[in-house]
Ligand binder design. Structure first.
Ligand code: ATP
Length: 312
């Protein structure tokens, strides 16, 4: 697959000296959906704004479809659609005019068939003559997407497309994104919602404090999510893991009162039964046994937390 977005050592310092991007490298292949996760202020919007030419990079290279975003700005920008976080529509304008106008901004000739196709794809065709102010919040978000698609870009950025929207609308949005992917559009979306990344992304990137901490296939992250943890809570605290249990990868925590055991839920044998038998045979008395599923959220929180620890 061809790389559609190539970001090399991208750095951005704002005029007050704040370093919002600290050398980001990222390659995105045509037709994939990448979800960029990160806490507030991580640099997600700065990254998107820089690629879209709204913000100027301090250093580094970015190309879109082989076009450098500085030396071939027009060609690069024409390939990009941007759905911003904020709803910034003209309330008295009709839906169809809003979308047609956006296409014109990119110097593309009028194409009624293309606009109709986009509006139909977003279930906006029967609302085409409505004024924006008469639309629901969900419909307004669809208009933002229609605007971003009006010049038929190949790479679409969605900056927190479902922030503050209800569950039903979020699911609609996910379907729209999948439909766009089926049409061959490459999608980068930023989100705070980990379940959103789980639901629709092919790859997941985690950004914190201007650094891309991880970019990984969702499937392999899911494999990590297969980890479960068994906490064996003991009646009496231990100082060390007993020799008889040394063959298990156990960690003693909670001031010696809990033995934790990580296992793969999809493995044929989890080893739990044997472990509990051996715990009992070692003369340990159980107070309780608790299992916990590690999730993408745990991975995310762990990564972001580690990062804070490193830089504090
Ligand atoms: N114009 C600016 N001048 C100075 N600092 C800025 C400017 N714009 C953004 N920042 C800072 O850069 C950092 C990254 O901001 P950015 O908006 O890219 O984060 P984000 O990951 O999109 O956050 P959120 O999830 O809250 O939207 C933040 O600390 C922010 O305060």
């Amino acid at each position: 697959m061809a790389v559609i977005l190539d970001i090399r050592d991208l750095r951005k310092s704002y005029s007050d000296g704040f370093e919002a991007l600290k050398g980001v490298d990222l390659q995105i292949e045509q037709g994939e959906i990448l979800a960029l996760l990160g806490p507030n202020g991580a640099g997600k919007t700065t990254l998107i704004s820089t690629v879209c030419g709204i913000t100027q990079a301090t250093s580094g290279q970015v190309s879109v479809g082989g076009h450098d975003i500085v030396t071939a700005f027009r060609a690069a920008r024409a390939m990009i659609g941007l759905v911003p976080q904020e709803i910034n529509l003209e309330p008295f304008e009709k839906v169809i005019n809003t979308v047609q106008f956006s296409r014109g901004l990119f110097g593309k000739p009028r194409d009624d068939a293309a606009i109709e196709r986009i509006l139909r794809q977003l279930s906006l065709w029967d609302k085409k003559d409505n004024q924006i102010r008469a639309l629901s919040g969900g419909m307004k978000r669809r208009v933002l997407i229609a605007k971003a698609l009006s010049h038929e870009p190949r790479l679409l950025f969605l900056d927190e497309p479902t922030a503050g929207v209800d569950v039903e609308l979020r699911k609609d949005m996910w379907e729209i994104v999948q439909g766009l992917k089926a049409d061959g559009v490459t999608i980068v979306l930023t989100t705070h919602y980990i379940e959103e990344a789980e639901a629709i992304a092919d790859r997941v990137g985690v950004i914190a404090k201007g650094e891309l901490l991880l970019v990984e296939e969702k499937a392999s992250l899911m494999a990590r999510m297969g980890q479960k943890q068994l906490d064996v809570q003991l009646s009496e605290p231990l100082e060390t893991v007993p020799e008889a249990l040394s063959k298990y990868d156990l960690t003693l925590c909670d001031a010696g009162c809990t033995l934790t055991y990580a296992y793969d839920t999809r493995a044929e044998r989890t080893g739990i039964t044997k472990l509990l038998q051996d715990v009992s045979a070692a003369g340990l008395v159980l107070r309780d046994v608790v299992t916990r599923q590690s999730s993408l959220e745990d991975i995310f929180v762990g990564l972001v937390h580690d990062d804070k620890g490193d830089t504090a």
